[in-house]
Write a protein that binds this ligand. Structure first.
Ligand code: ADP
Ligand code: MG
Length: 280
């Protein structure tokens, strides 16, 4: 089985001076090529942090991230950017389009970071626009498009370097349910073509369309597997965040306050009042 990506004992801490936020605390998993995973968990559980590391936008504090067979810790920043550009396409909740650019220009944005841009660049962008159903909107600007159409532009932009992996952070979070279904169909089709999709969502309706689910709680993996008829079927080791006897609580619970999620850094001067605010 070929792996698109693999993480081993991944930790990501944010050092905020008096306080260290432990956003990821030892996550290990494998994403086979052609996988379609819904990354789930309560707000603050580490989903976006994980996606940022998987997207090589951020490096882990410790642990390994292996992307396309390469240990990313062995790559310098330029090499990491290059592999990111070549292997990964990004889709965000808020589309992140450039307002002054047309549909075609927005789709072409990642090409400008590549060397040796092809002469057929524009044809390729038109082809992608057609692919996502925007053939008659090529010269429109983002403000002239609906939310669903803007997300289609963002998907076409994510495809422009023909990436193996697509990372999506709440891709339908700003869309009504009908448009959500349309956008999800585009992602399902891309996965059927063989592209690996790693998608953060907190919506069951959206997660259901993925092949697998990965649930985080307080920066740790609490469940990984398929969900069939409301039954969670684990395909890996299940690590429970606090209580080994209780079933995993996938999506509802807010992050535990006062847990060891936050840690005081004794080395600096610690303002007790500030720390208490953080810990509340
Ligand atoms: P999610 O996407 O599941 O809501 P995040 O990955 O955004 O969670 O955040 C996980 C934890 O890390 C939260 O406690 C959040 O406040 C913290 N965090 C995220 N990004 C930063 C950052 N850049 N600096 C400091 N803390 C951060
Ligand atoms: Mg998030």
């Amino acid at each position: 089985m070929q792996l698109a990506a693999e993480i081993r004992d991944l930790h990501k801490y944010y050092d905020l001076g008096p306080v260290v936020v432990k956003a990821l605390r030892g996550v290990t998993t494998e994403f086979p090529q052609g996988d379609f995973v819904a990354i789930m968990g309560a707000s603050g559980s580490g989903k976006s942090t994980l996606l940022n590391v998987l997207g090589a936008l951020d490096r882990p504090t410790s642990g390994q991230y292996i992307l396309g067979g390469q240990d990313t810790s062995q790559l310098n920043d330029d090499q990491l950017s290059a592999i990111r550009n070549q292997m990964i396409g990004f889709i965000f909740q808020s589309y992140n389009l450039i307002p002054q650019f047309t549909v075609i220009e927005n789709i072409g944005v990642p090409l400008q970071y590549m060397r040796g841009v092809r002469a057929s660049e524009e044809d390729w962008c038109v082809e992608l626009a057609e692919r996502v159903g925007l053939a008659d909107r090529l010269d429109h600007r983002p403000t002239q498009l609906s939310g669903g159409q803007q997300q289609r532009v963002a998907i076409a932009r994510a495809l422009v370097n023909d990436p193996e992996i697509i990372l999506a952070d709440e891709p339908t979070g700003n869309l009504d349910s009908e448009t959500e279904a349309e956008i999800m169909q585009v992602l399902v089709d891309l996965n059927a073509e063989g592209r690996t999709i790693l998608m953060v969502t907190h919506e069951q309706e959206v997660a259901k369309l993925a092949k697998r689910q990965l649930h985080l709680k307080d920066g740790m993996k609490v469940f990984e597997g398929v969900v069939r008829d409301g039954q969670m079927i684990s395909d890996g080791e299940v690590v429970l965040a606090d209580d080994a006897d209780s079933p995993p609580s996938p999506i509802s619970a807010p992050p535990d306050a006062g847990s060891d999620l936050y840690e005081v850094d004794d080395s600096g001067s610690t303002d007790g009042a500030n720390f208490n605010e953080w810990n509340e």
